[in-house]
Design a protein around this ligand. Structure first.
Ligand code: SF4
Length: 124
């Protein structure tokens, strides 16, 4: 049995979750996962996601044109694959928006082919 520990980031409790697992075909076998340390079911879901297809929410800002605000805060919805975080962050640097924009508006669909959208988290 292999072991991997991680801190659940779904709430401020930050539970230390441990996953014991077997290797099958060169990677962790989801059927073998024994998950402990999570206080609630979200910790189990987080651990499974981290072991099989880790994702992260990218937050940042995009440039604004013709406004007294210099930037608009945005985030990815849903989270993007962890290995695409830097690519998506660089994509944010290329975006310029103009008013009006409301919280929740989609600024860019399917960013970098991830299936996630860049969504405004502020008003303009
Ligand atoms: S396992 Fe549940 S209680 Fe623990 S940090 Fe994750 S979300 Fe919070």
């Amino acid at each position: 049995m292999e072991n991997r520990s991680m801190t659940c980031i779904n709430c401020p409790m930050g539970c230390q979750v441990n996953v014991a697992y077997e290797i099958k075909d060169g990677k962790p076998d989801p059927d073998s996962f024994v998950i402990t340390g999570n206080t609630c079911p979200r910790g189990k879901d987080y651990a499974i996601s981290e072991m099989t297809a880790p994702t992260r929410t990218v937050t940042g800002t995009v440039s604004v044109k013709d406004s007294d605000k210099a930037v608009l805060p945005v985030k990815t919805v849903p989270p993007v694959p962890k290995d695409k975080v830097l690519t998506v962050a660089k994509e944010l640097e290329k975006i310029t928006v103009t008013a009006p924009i409301s919280i929740g508006d989609v600024i860019l669909s399917d960013v970098c082919g991830t299936g996630s959208n860049i969504v405004a988290t502020g008003n303009l």
